[in-house]
Design a protein around this ligand. Structure first.
Ligand code: FES
Length: 110
């Protein structure tokens, strides 16, 4: 169970450095981000309302929600002040042989 390799959600060439991509995994909206060459995955919907975070702005590893400007750190999902006060769920993401995989089972996280 802890060796769950995750689901293939995208190809590596679909997300360049500094970009983001929304994917749907097992019924969940998930946002992928590539920052400094590394991939991160968080819930794709803002914790403050029904806004798709990938419609917002990504800068220096911080995603800004398009609706009310809430900001989150994509590395750990933490929120950076009002109006958001609930962090984003994060998911393990791996990249191998041109495939990006995300694990949505929380028990697989360290
Ligand atoms: S919906 Fe994202 S900050 Fe309000």
């Amino acid at each position: 169970m802890t060796d769950d390799p995750g689901r293939v959600v995208a190809r590596s060439d679909e997300i360049a450095d500094g970009e983001m991509l929304d994917v749907r995994v097992e019924g969940l909206d998930i946002a992928l981000y590539r920052v400094g060459g590394r991939l991160y995955a968080t819930a794709g919907i803002c914790t403050h309302g029904r806004a798709m975070l990938t419609d917002g702005w990504l800068e220096d590893g911080v995603i800004e929600c398009p609706l009310h400007g809430g900001r989150f750190e994509v590395r750990d999902g933490s929120c950076l002040g009002p109006p958001v006060d609930e962090p984003l769920t994060t998911y393990p993401v791996t990249e191998h042989d041109g495939e990006i995989r995300v694990t949505t089972r929380t028990e697989a996280q360290p």
